[in-house]
Design a protein around this ligand. Structure first.
Ligand SMILES: [Zn+2]
Length: 382
């Protein structure tokens, strides 16, 4: 499997320079992998690798990285240098996406760029039993938070996993590993999962498409759910919870919607047809849109980077119409969509109302569900 949702568009990462590492150097380039140490900053690393003050200033000025860009201790980066050290390049990997950032110097010049990397993909399967929390149990076998979180995402629309999965339940998870040459860089998408729930195995498969992907199940096809997914990729970072502890205000404040984490600039879709009830910007929600649907439901989209120019108060919205882009406006620490629905004036948990895929992928997903044979789970019996 070489395709992955992680090939996100480059809209928010313009290329500022051509890649000088693609030119030939006498004697070739010497490459080396390193790990970010606690306290490392981009500027300190550039200085360490011989970028002078003018070169560092130039790189900062070019701003190819987003405001949220930080180095995480333990993360890998790669250096490449010519034999005479006149050329040097630092390459950083923006996991879990396929974006990379390159900072280079060549003689007195310096520059930076951002592009999509083509990794060598290997798949790996981990099997085990749930012993403590589900996240911790999966993490123990995969040593990767992202894989564990995606495992949860695979079932999130159909179960309250923390309540419905028993101690000792068997699981299996197949996921991608990304390699730059022979070097392991990080894990990619989860492509198949199995989990024993109420004594039965529930198998899920990931179907990818150009700007995302969805988990499908042979049993839960969401035919009767009235709303399509407002995003092309459901990475759930916060569930509906009337008694949530708020990370910013440090107080118990209800979380009256679901948070989907996505890279800034990704498209947001109307979850059904309807009319724009309200839109605009406020302090908490940032840029937001509210749509009233024919079935009486209202859907809310908060923290948007921008609202599509065609959206106006009172305008008719088609099912799946692009209404804006993912952002981090209002009370927000990381780009995401806060999605909420109201029924008879009350916010309710959106999860039982939404399908796992956006309207535009309807035909593709239905086709995959029909072909998906959950054969009663052979692999957990092994
Ligand atoms: Zn939220």
């Amino acid at each position: 499997m070489t395709l992955s949702w992680l090939q996100f568009s480059q809209a928010s990462h313009p290329t500022k320079n051509l890649d000088p590492s693609s030119t030939q150097y006498p004697g070739g380039l010497k490459t080396q992998f390193h790990k970010v140490k606690p306290g490392d900053t981009l500027i300190a690393l550039l200085e360490q690798h011989g970028f002078d003050i003018h070169q560092r200033t130039e790189i900062l000025k070019q701003k190819v990285f987003s405001e949220n860009f930080t180095l995480i201790p333990g993360e890998k980066y790669r250096t490449a240098s010519s034999k005479d050290h006149a050329f040097k390049e630092l390459k950083f990997y923006e996991m879990p996406t396929n974006n990379i950032l390159i900072f280079w110097r060549k003689g007195p010049q310096a520059g930076s760029l951002s592009r999509t990397e083509t990794y060598t993909i290997k798949t790996k399967t981990a099997r085990g039993r749930i012993t403590g929390s589900i996240l911790a149990s999966i993490n123990q076998h995969t040593r990767d938070d992202f894989v564990a979180q995606r495992f949860m995402d695979a079932y999130a629309l159909d179960y309250k996993l923390t309540k419905e999965v028993q101690r000792g339940a068997k699981f299996a998870v197949t996921y991608e590993e990304k390699y730059d040459g022979n070097e392991f860089i990080g894990t990619g998408e989860v492509i198949e999962t199995e989990l024993e729930i109420n004594g039965k195995n529930d198998k899920r498969q990931f179907v990818s498409y150009t700007d995302g992907g969805s988990f499908i199940s042979a049993k839960y096809i969401h035919k009767d759910r009235p709303l399509y997914s407002p995003v092309s990729y459901q990475r759930i970072t916060s569930q509906f919870n009337r008694r949530r502890f708020h990370p910013i205000t440090k107080r118990r404040t209800p979380h009256l919607g679901v948070d989907f984490e996505l890279p800034e600039g990704e498209d947001l879709y109307a979850s059904a047809e309807g009319k724009v009830l309200r839109m605009g910007k406020n302090r908490a929600a940032g840029y937001y849109v509210v749509i009233r649907h024919v079935n009486g439901l209202e859907s809310y989209y908060n923290h948007m980077q921008s609202i599509d120019a065609r959206i106006r108060n009172g305008s008719y919205i088609k099912n799946g119409q692009v209404i804006g882009k993912v952002g981090c406006t209002g009370y927000c620490t990381k780009p995401h969509l806060h999605f909420a629905i109201k029924k008879r004036g009350q916010f309710i948990d959106p999860i039982p109302f939404i399908k796992s895929y956006p309207y535009k992928e309807k035909a593709l997903i239905v086709q995959h569900i029909e072909a998906f044979n959950d054969d009663g789970a052979t692999s957990l019996k092994r």
